[in-house]
Design a protein. Structure first.
Length: 399
């Protein structure tokens, strides 16, 4: 005689939803007798117990992970972001790739990320198909002006056309130090006509600001009236700098034509930005841009960057849920010549006038790393070495 118990899983409710939280259980306690001669058995059920799914380990583990991921990233990780569950098999070599699912309930992957050389890309399948579009951009991407004092430095005209800063105070300063300004939401929505303005206290990093006192006394008085706000800037990059110092500023910032993109939006949109009232448009430090002396070259480059081929390649590289999906380092990986070929724009790219032009010394501006006196170290493309930057075909780019 065999006696004992056996647990049998039984779906409760609609079978299509049982994977969400596990299964309810029916537990049978039975007395089993076998007859070897007749090769038969008798099973007498002694007890039957129903265990609701909420009491099973499977349910409690899954629902606990759910609460952790959906609600408690802040309490567990002290970060106001979505969390995720990472499953990894260790102890054996395998592909440097991972499937990504939208939720614990998903049965099909959303994307397939992996390493390309030494770089992690969001969609390894698309990257392999378009990897020939990677290289080294012939232009230097720049980040916008960084001042960390928007309440004073940025302003908008009211209904009467009077400039007011974010605190509501009317601003009456010399116009030579005021420039049109575009920010991330403007570029993400394709706007090239600014509604804001920014006060620019330097034309290059490290420039002495004391000259403003003579050249623009109202501007100097305005800056000094708000000096405590500048002193309260937390970033260490302003330490031992001139009063009211800026970063992300140089001759390139005052070029008349720009092609700009938001760094904070997951769907890059490259906007052709013309001068406004003969004044160059500037950007805040959440934007990236290329500077051009003429419209023609800027227009061609904007069309190449907005092509479906370029967008698909960027989508493969980017992690859209990151804080800043678009970076200078990512943009420098765009091989504009190859993208132009892929997009059917090669002839326009080749028609750009080829003449030599003087190039001032440039330096990296990778996210918050601003200009120095050293020469640039260009970002390395995945798995490929690049010793020099290709020469752009046009004469109008402002380095």
């Amino acid at each position: 005689m065999n006696t004992g118990g056996i647990a049998s899983a039984s779906g409760r409710g609609e079978a299509a939803h049982t994977h969400l939280h596990g299964y309810s259980l029916l537990v049978f306690v039975y007395d089993k007798r076998d007859d070897a001669k007749s090769r038969t058995g008798r099973l007498d059920i002694q007890h039957t117990i129903f265990v609701e799914q909420e009491r099973t380990g499977d349910f409690q583990t899954t629902s606990g992970l759910r609460r952790l991921i959906e609600n408690n990233a802040k309490s567990h990780f002290d970060a106001s972001v979505d969390a995720c569950l990472l499953l990894a098999n260790v102890g054996a070599a395998g592909p440097t790739e991972a499937e990504v699912f939208t939720s614990l309930d998903a049965t099909a992957r959303e994307t397939h990320m992996g390493l390309a050389g030494q770089d992690l890309v969001a969609d390894i399948d698309t990257y392999r198909r378009l990897h020939h579009l990677e290289g080294l951009c012939p232009y230097q991407w720049r980040s916008g002006v960084k001042h960390d004092c928007a309440s004073v430095m940025e302003m908008q005209p009211d209904e009467k056309g009077i400039l007011r800063h974010k605190l509501g105070e009317a601003v009456t300063i010399e116009p030579d130090y005021v420039y049109p300004l575009l920010k991330c939401p403007d570029l993400a929505n394709g706007r090239s006509q600014p509604e804001r303005f920014v006060l620019i206290s330097q034309r290059r990093v490290g420039e002495d600001t004391a000259d403003i006192a003579q050249a623009a006394p109202r501007t100097w008085a305005y800056l000094n009236a708000h000096s405590e706000r500048f002193k309260a800037r937390r970033s260490s990059i302003y330490t031992d700098r001139a009063p009211f110092a800026l970063f992300g500023i140089g001759d390139y910032a005052f070029a008349p034509w720009k092609v700009a993109v938001s760094g904070l939006h997951r769907h890059p949109r490259f906007v052709l930005v013309p001068p406004v009232s003969k004044r160059p448009v500037l950007f805040d430090d959440t934007c990236y841009y290329l500077a051009f002396a003429g419209e023609g070259e800027a227009h061609v480059v904007a069309d190449i960057l907005n092509s479906p081929a370029c967008r698909s390649f960027l989508d493969a590289l980017m992690f859209p849920d990151s804080k800043r999906p678009v970076t200078v380092e990512l943009l420098q990986r765009l091989n504009l010549s190859a993208i132009a070929e892929e997009a059917g724009l090669a002839e326009r790219w080749r028609r750009l006038q080829r003449v030599d032009y003087a190039r001032s010394e440039t330096a990296p501006q990778l996210e918050l790393v601003m200009e120095t006196s050293q020469s640039a170290r260009m970002p390395r493309a995945a798995g490929k070495a690049r010793a020099t930057r290709p020469k752009p075909p046009g004469a109008n780019h402002v380095p």
